[in-house]
Design a protein around this ligand. Structure first.
Ligand SMILES: Nc1ncnc2c1ncn2[C@@H]1O[C@H](COP(=O)(O)OP(=O)(O)O)[C@@H](O)[C@H]1O
Ligand SMILES: [Mg+2]
Length: 259
């Protein structure tokens, strides 16, 4: 199944623009001259083997890690020149959906969803909070779970609530780190569908990190591959994988493709 394009993507307007980004840990040179743009309205998939620096990249984009050199512009702001206050404000506009959705086990679904609102939007009334919680739960199709505990939910449902908890702040950019990792194939397809619905309904621009090729094909408007610290390949799924010239791309495909 290939992705149908519905929202128009604005290729004149990058919401993330990265130039010549470098990042090392000691003598491990992880990112070595990364250039990357995310355009408004697009789902961009970042593929790459485990340990290639995909999570490091989106942590730099969201200000959780600092870069060594290069330029990282997010929503028009230069990440290298922000005060702590400006960075906090920017981070509210960039939603990060972590690999382990990390819900609070002792809180109900409702309380988990209220948490980011109460922390970041203190001016909201009780009625407004209730409205936002219900809106986001209906967007992820889990209204019925509102009073359940995370332990009562399936892995896929917890993933949905994790995504809802990020979405509730209405971010302009969504960063998904391995959204389908550890899920069975049917649940993967449901989560891929949800990522596409979020794109349409919330008008987000997203980076989806994965090594799941089915996920890449189902959600990606454009796909880039991180190989040895740089993006060497980009295009639509077929552009990259139909007749790969780079043996590293063929090897990645052979190793990861299960359909
Ligand atoms: N905070 C850190 N300190 C030291 N090394 C790190 C840190 N974060 C990531 N690394 C290393 O950087 C490399 C890339 O990590 P990561 O971005 O998590 O890979 P992946 O592509 O699987 O997401 C790994 O070798 C990892 O051990
Ligand atoms: Mg990772």
């Amino acid at each position: 199944m290939e992705k149908k394009q519905i929202t128009p993507i604005n290729y004149d307007n990058p919401v993330i623009d990265i130039k010549d980004l470098y990042k090392s840990f000691g003598d491990m040179h992880i990112l070595r001259g990364v250039d990357l743009a995310l355009f408004q309205g697009e789902n961009l998939v970042v593929l790459g083997r485990s340990g290639t620096g995909k999570s490091v990249l989106i942590k730099i984009i969201s200000g959780l890690l600092s870069k060594d050199s290069g330029k990282v512009i997010v929503l028009g702001e230069d990440m290298g020149n922000l005060s702590k206050r400006e960075l906090t404000a920017l981070r509210l506009r960039v939603g990060f959906s972590f690999q382990n959705s990390a819900l609070y086990d002792s809180m109900t679904v409702r309380e988990n969803l209220e948490f980011p609102l109460i922390r970041n939007k203190r001016y909201l009334s009780r009625a407004e909070i209730d409205y936002e919680v219900q809106e986001v739960l209906s967007a992820v199709g889990l209204m019925q779970a509102i009073d359940q505990m995370p332990s009562e939910l399936s892995g896929g449902q917890r993933k949905r609530i994790g995504i809802a908890r990020t979405l509730i702040l209405k971010p302009e950019i969504m960063l998904y780190d391995e959204p389908t990792a550890g899920l069975d194939p049917i649940t993967c397809t449901e989560i891929n569908g949800l990522i596409n619905e979020v794109q349409q309904q919330y008008k987000t621009s997203s980076i989806i990190i994965t090594h799941d090729l089915t996920c890449a094909r189902e959600v990606g408007d454009r796909i880039v591959m991180l190989l040895d610290g740089k993006f060497e390949q980009q295009g639509r799924f077929e552009d990259i994988f139909d007749k790969p010239k780079d043996p590293r791309v063929q090897a990645f495909y052979d190793y990861n493709f299960v359909d």
